[in-house]
Design a binder for this molecule. Structure first.
Ligand code: ADQ
Length: 462
């Protein structure tokens, strides 16, 4: 069996309990092949030299973890300025928030080159390499330039926007061309694949080859959708754990006469938080029967706080939640509980189970795993209702959720009301269909489907 090599910006020790479903799923594949996981250590060397970094090696069971420290300059340009200050907003269709003049692209390229050189020294000829996410788009091109001929696949966890949005990126030609150094490029949704195909055909005059292939620049890349899933069994077994049981019991006790709605995410402008709060305010204004009852627990964990757009968002949410509470709150009822903190992963299933409705309403999202985690946590006999943005990749797979356009405040409020009032048989039917689908397409299916497709990619004959 070939050894699997996973490359991602951050790595996780798959044996640690804090690791999420993705780390565990990748860890299992790495374990099976005695694999290697390579990425940034999370450490910044204040006096380090740009383009250089110490390698740290650690054995986690059968998996070798190798990380590299980044110099301050590399960290700021590669990670903050270009990955999170340019690529993240552009790929989420937010050209208005991208700082195109930050000059981060040089550091982005330098770090990808450095990772390629360090990684090359660790590779064996028949390794299979799987690169993850927007931080590392040019990695395969750098590996190929250094002479690597192994099979290399790439998975983009965030959306791929349409060609005209991508074309606003000054470096779009270079970035998109570098995808052709991979044998397989995986996207979250069919929409993303269609955007890639349109870009390849119109901007690169690439030729379609077979069902999924595109040929240009002397090589062929396969482009396909592999919607990522969760580990449904792991999530459901956490439901029985003490942390989840206590969480659910506490909420049930506190909210015995009320209806709970829940939202959980990193605080990010792609997640549609202000729009969600406005829709919830509209619900309270339009449907007074919810007064004294409907309570939204909104958890938004701190994220990328050094980027300006995030500080502005934080201030907007503080003020909106305060305004809703002062407009509608009563002595014994606060309609919004907004919590700017992380929740322990083990408590999440209990929180989801206690909530009658989940609001998962991003303006744009590659997939969105919270939607799937909410469904997995429900009691099939008395399930809650998922209100899901049509702009989340998950919407393609989850049409039985109540789909909304989060920019349309009035109709989102109407849909939340419908969710709160949905009769039991309809809730059961929708939940059954959703659960079946997230079970079939879980994180293990995702990993196996991607790796099988990568192993089957044709030898490049172009
Ligand atoms: P994210 O944008 O981080 O991921 P998401 O898919 O929702 O978004 O995954 C977040 C994970 O972190 C979930 O497991 C969730 O439970 C957990 N989480 C979020 N906020 C939390 C909080 N406050 N406290 C505790 N846990 C929290 C990116 C893409 C997504 C894509 C994933 C996976 O942006 O579109 O689905 O990668 O590919």
């Amino acid at each position: 069996m070939s050894r699997l090599v996973v490359v991602s910006n951050r790595i996780a020790d798959p044996r640690k309990t804090a690791a999420g479903g993705l780390a565990v799923a990748l860890g299992q594949a790495l374990e099976a092949s005695g694999g290697l996981w390579f990425g940034w250590s999370g450490q910044i060397a204040e006096n380090g030299t740009p383009g250089e970094g110490d390698m740290n090696r650690q054995q986690a069971g059968k998996v070798q973890l190798v990380t590299v420290d980044l110099s301050r300059e590399d960290h700021d340009s590669y990670y903050l300025n270009y990955s999170n200050g340019v690529l993240w907003p552009v790929f989420h269709y937010r050209l208005d928030l991208a700082d195109f003049d930050s000059g981060g692209v040089a550091g982005y390229r330098r770090v990808n080159q450095m990772f390629a050189h360090k990684l090359k020294s660790l590779l064996k000829p028949d390794d299979i390499i799987w690169v993850h996410d927007y931080h590392l788009i040019p990695l395969a091109a750098e590996l190929r330039a250094a002479g690597c001929q192994q099979r290399i696949g790439f998975f983009l966890h965030i959306p791929l926007p349409p060609p005209l949005i991508l074309a606003a990126l000054p470096e779009h030609d270079w970035l998109m061309r570098s995808l052709f150094a991979y044998d397989l490029v995986g996207f979250q949704s069919e929409t993303d694949v269609a955007h890639f195909a349109r870009y390849a055909a119109t901007e690169m005059q690439a030729k379609p080859v077979g069902e999924h292939g595109w040929q240009a620049f002397g090589s062929t890349v396969q482009a396909r959708a592999f919607p990522i899933g969760i580990d449904v069994d792991e999530f459901q077994s956490m439901l029985k754990g003490k942390e989840a049981v206590d969480m659910q019991a506490q909420l049930k006790r506190e909210y015995v006469r009320r209806r709970l709605l829940v939202g959980v995410e990193r605080l990010d402008y792609s997640k549609g938080l202000p729009q969600r709060l406005k829709a919830f305010r509209q619900l309270l204004r339009n449907y007074p029967e919810n007064h004294g009852s409907a309570t939204l627990i909104q958890i938004a964990s701190p994220s990328r706080e050094s980027v300006d757009a995030y500080a502005a968002l934080r201030a907007e949410l503080d003020s909106l939640s305060g305004a809703i509470n002062s407009e509608h709150g009563e002595m014994d009822w606060m309609p919004v509980r907004y919590i700017h903190r992380n929740v322990a992963r083990k408590r999440l299933p209990g929180l989801f189970r206690a909530a009658s409705v989940a609001l998962v309403t991003p303006l744009r999202d590659g997939m969105n795993l919270v939607a799937k985690e909410y469904v997995a946590s429900q009691n099939p006999d008395d399930p809650g209702v998922l209100v899901l943005s049509r702009f989340a990749g998950a919407a393609e797979q989850m049409p039985e959720a109540l789909l909304v356009n989060p920019f349309d405040t009035a109709r989102t409020a109407e849909t939340i009301q419908r969710a709160l009032q949905m009769p039991l048989p309809e809730r059961q039917q929708r939940h059954q269909a959703l659960l079946a689908r997230i079970r079939t397409h879980d994180v293990h299916w995702w990993r196996e489907a991607f790796l099988a497709a990568l192993k089957q990619t044709p030898e490049d004959t172009a």
